[in-house]
Design a protein around this ligand. Structure first.
Ligand code: DAS
Length: 355
């Protein structure tokens, strides 16, 4: 009897060990969704690191350019768009979000990489962070130089993005952005420099790094995202129009009134300093608020602060919203999503404090 039991136990242990070994050997299944941008760009000569045509190289050629990635994961590509990202529309965001969410539901997909132009990469990453209900890694990546340039950064960025998307340690951290060996939160990161490979910065710091195909983590997001978000791409057919107007000296209310007249349901004020509003502009914003337009104070000042409610302006009295630490372009994304669920300024303010 005892002999039979120990044989069965030995077989079970061996079976478990084999299963573990097979699992460890089974590579992650990663899908690369290509949308265009510089990472798919081509210049006339290797000396052209800043003069080139974006959105030229197809996804299969991008993957062929990093053969080493086969050691990290089984990778396949889809060409979703082939555009420079400054030409993204809200319809582009929704179409991309739907594809990402659909792939994330598939058992044979462990991670998703999105190649993207750098100009609006931060907006797409934030949008996906808010609307795709998955804890699988979704990694957005771009490059500052085309693949044809000397010391091009795209191939290593893409390799690092696949390394991050195929690593279970990347799960549950929201949508990520991998650029220049760093892993950033899609919520926090923005393009801070327009012409260097070290272009992307997060005011509260990167989450980690990727070095030689391995991820190293030092922090995790605290704001709501993905599976903990109240927004879901499946419920979003379109986004309300939200305009952005830039604050400066000699300000007038012309841009705000024009945006409202064009149908904007919310106005993002890219204010000076702490979201300050010129005395020449306040009356127009109060009038537009009274007509139902949401007024959201952000700041043109980047780099690591946040707009404090009721400091520069009496937001409670005016029924205005502050964008907290979100820059104007990210505030536009969250405001548009918030307006798919509410027209109450206090509820909009809650979204800005929680996401
Ligand atoms: N025009 C830029 C874009 O497509 C190129 C780039 O930097 O990716 O965002």
């Amino acid at each position: 009897m005892l002999k039979k039991f120990s044989r069965a136990l030995a077989l079970t242990v061996a079976g478990l060990a084999l299963a573990a070994a097979v699992h460890a050997q089974t590579k992650s299944q990663v899908v690369i969704l290509a949308t265009g941008g510089t990472i798919a760009g081509a210049g006339a000569s290797a000396a052209n690191s800043a003069t080139y045509q974006a959105a030229k190289v197809p996804v299969d050629k991008l993957i062929a350019g990093i053969p080493e990635v086969g050691k990290l994961a089984d990778v396949r590509g889809e060409q979703v768009f082939q555009i420079a990202s400054e030409s993204f529309t809200d319809e582009s965001l929704i179409a991309l979000g739907r594809r990402v969410a659909a792939l994330a539901k598939q058992d044979n997909v462990d991670g998703i990489v999105i190649t993207h132009g750098t100009d609006t990469l931060e907006e797409t990453a934030f949008f996906l962070n808010l609307v795709v209900p998955t804890d699988k890694p979704v990694v957005v990546v771009g490059s500052m130089r085309p693949g044809t340039a000397l010391s091009a950064d795209g191939a290593l960025n893409l390799y690092n993005a696949v390394a991050t998307a195929s690593d279970r340690a990347s799960r549950g951290k929201g949508v990520l952005v991998v650029m220049n060996d760093e892993i950033h939160s899609g919520r926090d990161v923005s393009k801070a420099i327009n012409i260097r490979t070290e272009a992307f910065k997060s005011p509260w710091g990167a989450l980690g790094m990727v070095v030689e195909g391995k991820t190293y983590w030092f922090r995790a997001p605290v704001k709501r995202h993905t599976v903990n978000s109240e927004f879901n791409i499946d419920a979003i057919k379109s986004l309300p129009s939200v305009g952005i107007a830039y604050g400066s000296g000699n300000a007038t209310d012309v841009a705000y009134r024009a945006l409202a007249a064009s149908g904007a349901k919310a106005l993002i004020h890219a204010g000076t300093g702490n979201g300050s509003v010129s005395a020449q502009v306040v009356p127009a914003l109060r009038e537009l608020r009274a007509q139902g337009v949401q007024i959201i104070r952000s700041t043109r000042v980047g780099g690591g602060g946040f707009v404090l409610r009721n400091a520069e302006q009496p937001d409670d009295q005016y029924d205005w919203v502050v964008a907290h630490d979100l820059n104007p372009q990210k505030a536009r994304i969250l405001a548009a999503l918030a307006l798919t669920r509410t027209t109450d300024a206090r509820e909009v303010q809650r979204y800005f404090m929680e996401y």
